[in-house]
Design a protein around this ligand. Structure first.
Ligand code: GLN
Length: 487
């Protein structure tokens, strides 16, 4: 049966490219046509860059012809709209950056260029990555490819939906409190938030700098290995980038997992009220057991405070990071103003959406004199307690298993007017960022309504290879990751 190039997994595309059985221009055209065909229904992209893509694909083909290619040369990718691509529009899903073209490349973008990858465009996201549904984007919501009434999750809803809809073989997202894992889970694809410090944040528009991390979204563990091999590296341009060697992630794909121990945090499992999520979690355990993995129950006593502490720390950092958007150097400036202060006020009032304003106000309040100790300092202490909980847990297990979200994908519009309900979506993902750990989303099954339900694996610091190894083993035994929505 004839399959289109865009339907093929990334590893197969890389093989076709290396064997000169398909050119990068052919592959890129196939994805650009696919984007044209389905984008109206998905709206995964803020900006599609066909000219840039074809130019990069031609360059990749020249490199392949000259034998000057690497494992990813010629492979297309979508990037979240918060990573700087020199001279191209990068908006962070916001009106305030609606016409912003960065003067430099983010480190991950430079690495992609050096590898000869092909950038298809910038994918949609919640404004400044604040949200769990991609609904706060100035450009309007992305739709879940499995059901257009549902959200794709957020904030990297665009990158995840693009991969699920086969508009891109792989994508880069960013994750501050779940923004790679939640949309990967909701869209039935695979995604990983690496350890804090594993991937350079240079050129990533900052949301909460002590939590932000860039990571790959793709169809399976193999895609994760391909992209992690490229992006995990030390970068002197990011002072929090870890000065260390990362393993070859491809080499762990076929490593056996027999004898490993997975921990099940009782605090997480006691929160499972949704029958679909509950069913997927039980089935997952059966699969892992059949591979010779044992389970132990464990306790992470401070998890309950995760969301409360996160919604002090993340807005506090955001209120400081977003102070730079004032109409002077970046993006939007109000057309009418009476004084400099008036210009700042009007620019920010016009440029930021309601959720971003809410976060700036929360953060400014939490950091203000007299409240700092009561809020920010307390939250920072809770963060340490959560980190220690995980440290203790990993004395007895190799990885932790839990859901990604308390429910399957929810409807567009369902939670957007109720911030607390929206924030609660991230109950299982936020603690992982608080502790700086690597966390992975893997397709775990489907709800009774045919919507994807993801599972999450968490590993100790810098053990993303273990996650890839476990996910790869899981995906040899299951076929959830091979299913795709009909569009
Ligand atoms: N939903 C969370 C928030 O709004 C996490 C978002 C993210 O990871 N960028 O902060």
């Amino acid at each position: 049966m004839h399959t289109n190039l865009y339907e093929k997994p990334a590893t197969e595309l890389c093989k076709l490219l290396a064997n000169k059985e398909a050119s990068s221009v052919e592959i890129t055209r196939s994805f650009l046509e696919r984007i044209q065909a389905v984008e109206e229904r998905v709206r995964a992209f803020v900006t599609v860059t066909p000219d840039l893509a074809i130019e990069m694909a031609q360059e990749a083909d020249r490199r392949i012809a000259a034998g000057n290619n690497g494992p990813l040369t010629g492979l297309p990718i979508a990037v979240k709209d918060n990573m700087c691509v020199k001279g191209r529009r990068v908006t962070c899903g916001s009106r305030i950056l609606a016409n912003f073209a960065p003067p430099y490349d983010a480190t991950v973008v430079r690495l992609m260029r050096e590898a000869g990858m092909v950038i298809l465009g910038m994918a949609n996201m919640d404004e400044f990555a604040m949200g769990s549904s991609t609904e706060t984007s100035y450009w309007g919501p992305t739709r879940n490819p499995w059901n257009p009434e549902m959200t794709p999750g957020g904030s990297s809803g665009g990158p995840a939906a693009a991969v699920a809809a086969m508009e891109a073989p792989v994508a880069l997202g960013s994750d501050t409190g779940g923004s790679i894992r939640l949309p990967a889970g909701f869209c039935g694809v695979t995604g990983i938030k690496p350890t804090y410090g594993a991937v350079s944040r240079y050129g990533l528009v900052a949301y909460a700098s002590s939590l932000d991390q860039i990571g790959p979204i793709g169809r399976d563990a193999r895609d994760m290995a391909l992209i992690l091999n490229l992006i995990c590296s030390h970068d002197p341009m990011d002072s929090t980038s870890a000065p260390m060697e990362h393993p070859d992630f491809i080499s762990v794909l076929d490593k056996p997992v027999k004898g490993m121990t997975i921990g099940l945090p009782s605090e997480f499992f006691s929160k499972l009220e949704d029958p679909d999520v509950d069913k997927v979690m039980s089935e997952t355990r059966v699969v892992f057991k059949s591979m010779g993995i044992s389970f132990i129950e464990l306790s992470l006593p401070h998890l309950d405070y995760g969301i409360a502490a996160y919604y002090i720390i993340a807005p506090s950092e955001a209120s400081s990071n977003l102070a730079r958007f004032d109409g002077v150097k970046y993006g939007h400036r109000s057309a009418q103003f009476e004084s400099m202060i008036d210009m700042y006020c009007r620019t920010r009032a016009e440029g930021f959406g309601p959720e971003v304003k809410r976060r700036i106000m929360l953060g400014t309040y939490a950091l203000s004199s007299g409240y700092y100790d009561a809020y920010y300092l307390k939250a920072a202490k809770i963060r340490t307690l959560i980190t220690n909980d995980f440290k203790n847990a990993f004395r007895t297990c190799d990885a932790i298993l839990c859901p990604i979200a308390p429910t399957p994908p929810f409807k567009i519009g369902e939670k957007i007017d109720d911030p607390i309900q929206m924030y609660l979506t991230d109950v299982f993902t936020i603690p992982v960022n608080m502790a700086g750990l690597p966390g992975m989303a893997i397709p775990g099954g489907f709800s009774r309504n045919g919507l994807p339900v993801g599972i999450q694996l968490i590993a100790p610091h810098f053990q993303e290879a273990r996650l890839v190894q476990l996910a790869s083993a899981f995906q040899r035994e299951t076929d959830h990751h091979l299913k795709s929505p009909v569009l």
